[in-house]
Design a binder for this molecule. Structure first.
Ligand code: ATP
Ligand code: MG
Length: 389
């Protein structure tokens, strides 16, 4: 992790800081590193002061939680002051700053997430997190039921981290605690649920976690009508990238809109989710395929090919269809409104009607007609409809 920007931030904090969270896990496992979280005993004001003294930008992104975001070389680093729980009421924990690394580690969710690491790579491990990380065991710090009662989101995080780091059987006591609290999931904010759920679904193979979630009565709280996981297994085999939203779209058998609302998806995500599993004719010939792509756009077309194949099991058709789709560029309809008004049609609904009729004919003719031919068709149409003078 001795990349320039990281180095600059850690040096600015003058050694009073360690890496925590994902970057520690992934450094240890030699996986690609995503976001970098930093913990420090320094108070936020002091963090800001030291960052600015080193010429770095400091943004108070979560000052109530003691979080300052440092920006170095355009890259964000979340720096959070060590904390200890004072009281815990559901997810509204009252926290106080702390200067004690061990105390801070006790309020973290899993042993592998309670690790911290210095810039030099020295690892501090207060709960046997290294052993668990290497063994693929997601283990709560402390009693699972208690930790979930403090913050119900942790039950979803349990399956999320299992999807990314777990191997073999998951901790039965933790699963029992998740099962017991599953009914409380809908009390969490949509944003938090969405973040965890999409991260979970973005794992290379989320199937073992999802199977456990189904068994433990957790999946039904998020996706009330879920399709059989065999279908998701098929999608994972044929997809090019692990696309969490596409996977979610396949998983939802009915009422995608309700799931979109529950997870507070953006409008774009919501539209994609709702439109993702309308069936597509995988036996379409080239011209019919072109019409599908023209109507849907490439991205939606690919979504629907993959999802239809995953549902029907007709997976052999996928590759030829996607290869052909990739080669085909969506043509632009060669006429514009100005072409119609130039022939004497007054601006208004008639213009659109002429264009629509010609575009439909052009699409049905596999997009072969050129502008000249279309203009001549347009002339005929206009001649036939304009009042004779
Ligand atoms: P990611 O790779 O998704 O960022 P992460 O482990 O860094 O994974 P974050 O959500 O960024 O996860 O949180 C950073 C750290 O904060 C976690 O590793 C964990 O120690 C602690 N943490 C986050 N959320 C919780 C929670 N709900 N309960 C307890 N500790 C938490
Ligand atoms: Mg993180």
């Amino acid at each position: 992790m001795e990349e320039g920007a990281t180095h600059a931030v850690m040096t600015a904090l003058k050694g009073d800081a360690r890496f925590v969270g994902g970057s520690v896990r992934d450094t240890i496992l030699k996986r690609p590193i995503g976001d970098i979280d930093i913990a420090t005993p320094l108070y936020p004001e002091e963090v800001t002061r030291r960052l600015e003294a080193a010429g770095l930008k400091a943004v108070p992104t979560g000052i109530a939680h003691g979080t300052i975001t440092a920006v170095a070389s355009g890259r964000p680093f979340e720096i959070t002051t060590l904390r200890r729980d004072v009281e815990t009421f559901g997810r509204h924990a009252t926290v106080a700053f702390s200067a004690d690394w061990e105390e801070d580690s006790r309020r973290r969710d899993f042993t592998m997430n309670a690790l911290s690491m210095t810039l030099d790579g020295e690892v501090f491990d207060y709960h046997d997190g290294l052993r668990d990380l290497r063994a693929g065991k997601v283990r709560f710090v402390g009693d699972p039921a208690l930790r979930i009662r403090e913050d119900v989101l942790r039950l979803l995080r349990f399956y999320r981290f299992h999807a990314w780091y777990g191997r073999g059987e998951a901790d039965p006591a933790a699963r029992a605690a998740c099962h017991a609290s599953a009914a409380l999931l809908p009390t969490l904010s949509g944003e938090r649920l969405r973040m965890e759920m999409l991260k979970l679904l973005g794992a290379r193979n989320p199937l073992p976690s999802l199977a456990m979630m189904a068994e433990d009565g957790v999946l039904a709280r998020l996706v009330p009508h879920a399709r059989p996981l065999e279908m998701l297994a098929r999608l994972i085999k044929i997809e090019m990238t692990a696309d969490p939203l596409r996977r979610l779209g396949l998983l939802i058998e009915a009422d995608a809109a309700a799931v979109a609302t529950k997870l507070k998806l953006s409008n774009d995500q919501r539209d994609r989710l709702i439109g993702i599993d309308a069936p597509l004719d995988l036996a379409a010939d080239a011209a019919a395929q072109h019409r599908d792509i023209y109507r849907l756009g490439h991205d939606t077309y690919i979504d629907r090919v993959l999802v239809t194949a995953a549902i029907t099991g007709d997976v052999d058709k996928v590759k030829p269809l996607l290869v052909a789709a990739k080669r085909w560029k969506i043509p632009v309809f060669p006429l514009k409104g100005g072409d119609v008004t130039a022939l004497g049609v007054l601006p208004g609904p008639d213009v659109g009607q002429h264009l629509k009729a010609l575009e439909t004919a052009w699409v049905m003719g596999d997009f072969k007609a050129h502008r000249d031919a279309l203009l001549s068709d347009l002339q005929h149409r206009v001649d036939a409809t304009l009042p004779k003078t």
